[in-house]
Design a protein around this ligand. Structure first.
Ligand SMILES: [Zn+2]
Length: 329
């Protein structure tokens, strides 16, 4: 029987149920949060507002409750190093709401690495990831269920390649699935997959996140031909691609038989420290995000996809079966 680690312990993969594959309960720079804990963060939408450190938990609980009300049983929380991963925080939210939360290990960077890692090789980095998978994350007793890495506008440069090889080696050593943040506009996906392939990763355990930021079906099918999953996972982030074009892409891929390779999610952050409130207001005024929340997929996307011909079985495959197959080990 395949199992999955969550912040409240190991469960049977069968117990995952309806799963949002990419949602953040908290997202903030961990160095800033550690140096200036009084600063807090921001609720990014409806409307953007400052959020003190004492409010972070309550805001995360609100998002968690909202998804539980839509029938969601589980979210994957893909916050890696530098994003302020806090599995004890996730565990408190999980215990309070009943939402199962699946944690990760890995590094979220587009370029920078601390000297600690610059002077060490990919195997040393992989050892630390394996520690989180086999031992425990930061002494909590919670274990990582998947590995996270990222490539963005700077491309797969030297440091990013090291993180990808480390994630790949940890995956090969432990059989743990990988979620790789990608940037289709910078054509990162093929190179990310190439590295995983060179390292001998089972590509059916790889998810190329944010593939839904493009509607270039040629690019997407080149990834799918390798046997990976793709994240159609940034619904609401209009700055990358508007919702209508995201839906048209998912519909076209469903028609081509790829229900068993896709995830629907929002990459929502209950709180996010990336912008001052006034910048977030300007971004919203410029329609950089529309309806962005942890429930947009249920409130607007699924009804529209149904209208466009998505079947009950296809939805079930994307929301229940794919998470089970990708995470279960
Ligand atoms: Zn994310």
């Amino acid at each position: 029987m395949a199992t999955v680690e969550t912040v409240t312990g190991r469960i049977d993969a069968e117990q995952l149920g309806t799963t949002l594959i990419h949602e953040h309960l908290i997202y903030r720079d961990e160095a800033v949060a550690s140096w200036w804990p009084h600063v807090g963060s921001m609720v990014p939408v409806d409307p953007p507002r400052a959020c003190g450190p004492e409010e972070l938990h309550g805001v995360a609980v609100e998002s968690a409750r909202a998804v539980v009300e839509r029938g969601v049983k589980t979210i994957c929380e893909p916050t890696g190093m530098f994003g302020g991963r806090d599995v004890a925080f996730s565990r408190r939210v999980s215990e309070e709401t009943g939402l199962q939360v699946v944690p990760c290990t890995g590094i979220y960077t587009y370029e920078y690495l601390p000297m600690f890692f610059v002077t060490r090789d990919a195997d040393a980095m992989a050892d630390l990831f394996v520690h989180d998978i086999e031992q425990s994350i930061q002494g909590t007793g919670i274990k990582a269920a998947f590995l996270k890495c990222a490539a963005d506008e700077p491309g797969v440069n030297e440091n990013i390649e090291k993180v990808h090889r480390a994630v790949a080696r940890a995956s090969v050593r432990t059989g743990t699935p990988i979620m790789a943040h990608s940037r289709p506009a910078s054509d990162t996906g093929p190179r990310q997959i190439e590295i995983f392939e060179q390292e001998g990763v089972n590509l059916s355990q790889v998810q190329i996140a944010h593939t839904g930021d493009t509607d270039d079906l040629g690019y997407i099918e080149r990834l799918l031909e390798k046997g990976v999953y793709i994240g159609m996972d940034r619904y609401g982030l209009e700055l990358h691609l508007p919702i209508e074009r995201r839906n048209a892409t998912v519909t076209a891929l469903l028609e081509r038989g790829y229900a068993d390779r896709m995830f629907l999610s929002q990459d929502y952050c209950a709180t996010l420290d990336w912008y001052p409130v006034e910048v977030a207001e300007q971004l919203l005024a410029a329609e950089a995000a529309k309806g962005w929340s942890m429930t947009l997929v249920f409130d607007e996307v699924i009804p529209a996809l149904r209208e466009a011909g998505m079947t009950h079985d296809q939805l079930e495959t994307m929301m229940v079966e794919n998470p089970k197959r990708w995470l279960g080990r």
